[in-house]
Design a protein around this ligand. Structure first.
Ligand code: PEP
Ligand code: MG
Length: 566
């Protein structure tokens, strides 16, 4: 059995199709007619943009705007004026178009791939994609088209680019296996949207696997079996039908309110990163949006979105939700989320540096632009504002003061907005928990960000595998934090939600019900599953489990115990 990273849920069984990318080799030569060579490069870039535009249009039929956005991003790179200017300069000095374009792309690839955060690193993959696409055109090599592969195909490649995936007929692809890539790779995002099981990061898979060989791909565990024997095949077919059955059973929960077994009602909303994710949230029966990570609107761009652009996005999301709640979190950058053009300084310890609300309060214009866009959009739906990474009351007060100032400006201009817009905070730092009683007097709601809260409480980075044994929301310290926040919110009668990943964890659900959480905000595909989990508990049964869980001294004992009851 081979082990990789499961990046798209589901099990696929089928026949391997190895995707051999042609070598993009050429001999470097000196050119004398540099004008003609520059034209050759520009013609190739135009063809690339045209082809990519066509692929984006084809992709619109099968996927969402987000995936189309990846290809549009490639067009943006191919038209980037700095990249073009530098390539032209090299050609003018006598380099051939292939060498000039390749060396400029490599420069960008090096810069992006040495960044600390995965999102900037991902931009390196986009430039690699554009580089191969343009070199292919310059060298006259035909692109690999996956549009007519036979039914039951398992695509197996060193790397699958979004452009290769864009033309596929998803009904013919049973699964995807690649040597490179991770959960946040664009091809992984595409695989998830197309609901194709995928496992990435299997070293040398294209040497190990053979064309036509049967493969079992488990996108949940990351396991891949080549040439499975009968008993392995039977086992996975059974697992497959269990998954299908599970999906069908979850459909029973569609359209129902989210209630516990004794009838207590909860809000079950979604986490989104882009406006078009609202569609997925609605498709999966989400009751609104509990976290709009607006920093994604600032990524994949060369400059910050304008007030008008942001206003349009927030308004569109609010209108699509038709009165259902939309909690917009203000820009949460820094830590693992860098945005190159915002000029964040390199910090010794970025998770404790100038991130989120701290950055925004230091960069007032950027912050005010976003707040004005949100306030204006609030006239069109049920919008609330949420500040990330609050550690003291002053930050909340300063943010609110700025909002009040903008409200006054809008009134003077007779611009519509919701005067009573709710302003809440993410409770995701240890400091905010210790003073949750004080914050609850000035915030309209809390949303617990367990992803960061776990990291800050345990002093363990979420991305550091050496300390991952400490990083668990089931640590007694983190559970006590969660309980404290919820109690503080309840004492002041403000709603408390949870938008960290822990909100969808079946072991966590009885504890959260017992502590008195009001709202669960989860990724869209988890909505029906979480509604089912909640329906299985009464307050009393949850209280019993929580009392027992909280009596243990270690995370191991707590999770061992919870595993026996869910
Ligand atoms: C969190 O920290 O739990 C959270 C939801 O925010 P993010 O993952 O964006 O930091
Ligand atoms: Mg966070």
């Amino acid at each position: 059995m081979l082990k990789g990273k499961g990046v798209s849920r589901g099990i696929g069984i089928g026949s391997i199709l190895l995707i051999d990318q042609p070598l993009l080799e050429y001999t470097k030569k000196q050119v004398t007619d540099t004008k003609a060579e520059i034209k050759r490069l520009h013609d190739a870039l135009n063809i690339f943009c045209e082809e990519t535009e066509n692929q984006a249009n084809a992709l619109k039929q099968t996927s969402g705007e987000k995936e189309v956005g990846i290809l549009k991003g490639h067009i943006g790179i191919a038209k980037d004026p700095i990249l073009l200017e530098e390539a032209d300069k090299l050609i003018s000095s006598g380099e051939c178009a292939e060498a000039a374009f390749e060396s400029i792309c490599d420069m960008f690839i090096n810069i992006f791939s040495s960044a600390d955060d995965e999102i900037t690193q991902q931009r390196a993959t986009d430039v690699i994609d554009v580089k191969s696409g343009v070199l292919r055109i310059l060298l006259g090599i035909n692109d690999i088209r996956l549009s007519d592969v036979p039914h039951g195909t398992v695509l197996c490649a060193r790397e699958l680019t979004p452009s290769m995936l864009s033309g596929i007929n998803k009904h013919n692809i049973s699964a995807i296996i690649t040597e490179t890539g991770s959960t946040t790779s664009h091809s992984a995002i595409l695989a998830r949207v197309m609901e194709i099981p995928a496992v990435m990061s299997i070293p040398d898979i294209i040497i190990t696997a053979k064309n036509g060989e049967t493969a079992v791909v488990d996108g949940i565990t990351g396991d891949v079996i080549l040439s499975p024997d009968i008993s392995q095949l039977e086992k996975y077919k059974l697992k497959c039908s269990r998954l299908i059955q599970e999906h069908k059973e979850l459909e029973k929960f569609r359209g129902n309110p989210t209630t516990s077994a004794d009838g207590i009602e909860y809000k079950l909303v979604c986490n989104i990163g882009k406006t078009e994710d609202v569609i997925k949230a609605m498709e999966h029966d989400g009751e609104g949006v509990g976290l709009f990570r607006t920093e994604f609107l600032f990524m994949d761009k060369n400059s910050a979105p304008t007030e008008e652009e942001q206003f349009n996005e927030y308004k569109k999301a609010a209108l699509m939700l038709k009165g259902k709640p939309l909690i917009i979190r203000t820009l949460d950058i820094g830590g693992d989320k860098a945005i190159p053009y915002l000029g964040l300084k390199k910090e010794e310890n970025p998770f404790m540096g100038l991130r989120a609300i701290r950055y925004c309060l230091k960069n007032r214009e950027l912050f005010a632009t976003q707040l004005r866009a949100i306030l204006r959009a609030s006239a069109f739906g049920n919008i609330s504002i949420m500040f990330p990474m609050i550690t003291c009351v002053e930050e909340l007060r300063e943010g609110k003061k700025l909002i009040n100032h903008i409200k006054e400006q809008l009134k003077k201009k007779e611009t519509a907005f919701n005067e009573n817009i709710k302003i809440g905070i993410m409770t995701e730092t240890a400091a905010s928990v210790i003073i949750a009683d004080l914050l609850a007097q000035e915030a309209d709601f809390f949303s617990i960000g367990t992803n960061d809260l776990t990291g800050y409480t345990m002093a363990a980075d979420r991305g550091n595998s050496d300390v991952s044994y400490l990083y668990s929301a089931l640590q007694p310290s983190v559970l006590r934090m969660i309980k404290t926040i919820i109690e503080a919110g309840r004492n002041r009668n403000i709603p408390v939600g949870m938008c960290g990943e822990a909100a969808a964890d079946p072991m966590m659900i009885p504890l959260l019900i017992s502590f008195g959480l009001n709202e669960f905000s989860v990724s869209a595909p988890n909505v029906l599953r979480v509604r089912k989990y909640i329906s299985e508990w009464t307050k009393q049964s949850a209280d019993e489990v929580a009392a027992k869980a909280m009596s243990f001294a270690t995370q191991q004992e707590i999770s061992d115990y919870l595993k026996t009851i869910v």
